[in-house]
Design a protein around this ligand. Sequence first.
Ligand code: COI
Length: 355
Amino acid sequence: MLSNVRIERTESPKTKPNPEKLGFGQYFTDHMLLMDYSAEQGWHDPRIVPYAPLTLDPAAMVFHYGQAVFEGLKAYRTAEGGAQLFLPERNAKRLNRSLERMSMPKLEPGVLTEAIQALVGVDQDWIPEAEGTSLYIRPFIIATEAMLGVRASSSYLLAIVMSPVGAYFDGGLKPVDILVEPHDVRAVRGGTGAAKTAANYAGGLKAQAAAKEAGCAQVLWLDALERKYVEEVGSMNVFFRIDGQVYTPVLNGSILEGVTRGAVIELLEDWDVMFTARPLSIQELVQAAANGTLEEAFGTGTAAVISPIGGIRWNGQLYPINGGQVGELSQKLYDTITGIQRGMVRDVYGWTVPA
Ligand code: COI
């Protein structure tokens, strides 16, 4: 349970951005939530304050040894004018797994969701209404102790900021090409790949720039040991439909367990679509693309929702998928998941929670 949240409201609310030009993660709401951790007091002093820069000691351990984890989830405006969250407890559980991996103190069950509900309550009017838009919520935790010895910090800050967003990719549901990264790897088994920690993203930026250069939206990462099996795409998990069967890389310790990935798997099982999580080699996938049996591919993520993949670029060649069109299953998953998130499709799975 979250103890009393102190609320200090801003005296100068910002002008809201044009809902048609939100993009992703460019605008921030009027308030943020902060909470401190110390060895003596544990997590304490949750407070909602006007959105503003943070002040940190230059020796704060996050700057040096990278103890930083984050989450991403969204609040949606429903058809009836209410607001709801999608599977927030799964984000909370994953946050705790990330915290544990990075030697950081966990949150008690319920605390993250209650903190988010309190903040969304204060900035309610920032949830955009147009189809395809939502309020992206970014909780993060960083090490704040001023100390240069290498060990876990003894103090931390939890912050939650929120951003009204449109589609993650510029073209919305338009399929994007992805580039198989030949040199760098994102994560290795036993490393931090399954944790949502900042360094996993920093290490991927060089390859991301190379993907952009090659006309691709994101990187498709291969496993670090054999450079043979696909793992995930820059900001999403990945699914492939080959000959009517759907596959996704099996979680192996170096792949992030996406919340949307989990929801997609539940839907596939409920719809009796043949589905298997297993190792998928890049060779198998490009062969299937070349002989036309790779019927569709899509990424899944909170930010990306369901993002169809139009082609895989590997070894200098582009392997188009489904003629670069949105696949039938990708469209059905997108419609169902966004329908449930916005309260237009009945949530028979119990995935939504009032915000
Ligand atoms: C999300 O989907 O919420 C993510 O965290 C991906 C991201 C790094 C934009």
